[in-house]
Design a protein. Structure first.
Length: 111
């Protein structure tokens, strides 16, 4: 059973690998990162192989895996936080801006 799954997976991806690498390169612009991104997508597709294989559009399914892997690469903070714990707002910039406006008013009043 496991051997059949591996064979099926290899047969599906062997002819598609160049196009996946090309898409990964278009997404990230670097050959080495494209290979890494494709490897991540292949690993995730293998884990979900039964769903990929049984989907109406397995090629689109795999491309979506690749695109999502790229999004995680670009925005890791968005994908590492849990839904129940929102990130506190960054108040540092706001306070600096307010302080700067206050300093300007004080400076104008002194002049």
């Amino acid at each position: 059973m496991d051997e059949d799954r591996h064979r099926e997976f290899r047969e599906f991806f062997a002819p598609r690998l160049p196009r996946l690498l090309g898409l990964a390169y278009l997404l990230c612009g670097d050959a080495t990162e494209a290979e890494d991104l494709t490897q991540i997508a292949l690993a995730r597709a293998f884990v979900a192989w039964r769903r990929v294989r049984d989907s109406d559009h397995p090629d689109a399914y795999v491309r979506r895996i690749l695109v999502n892997a790229n999004r995680r690469r670009l925005h890791p903070a968005l994908h590492s936080e849990s839904v129940g714990s929102p990130k506190p707002p960054d108040r540092g910039r706001h306070h600096k801006r307010v302080a700067s406006a206050h300093d300007i008013k004080a400076h104008d009043s002194a002049a």
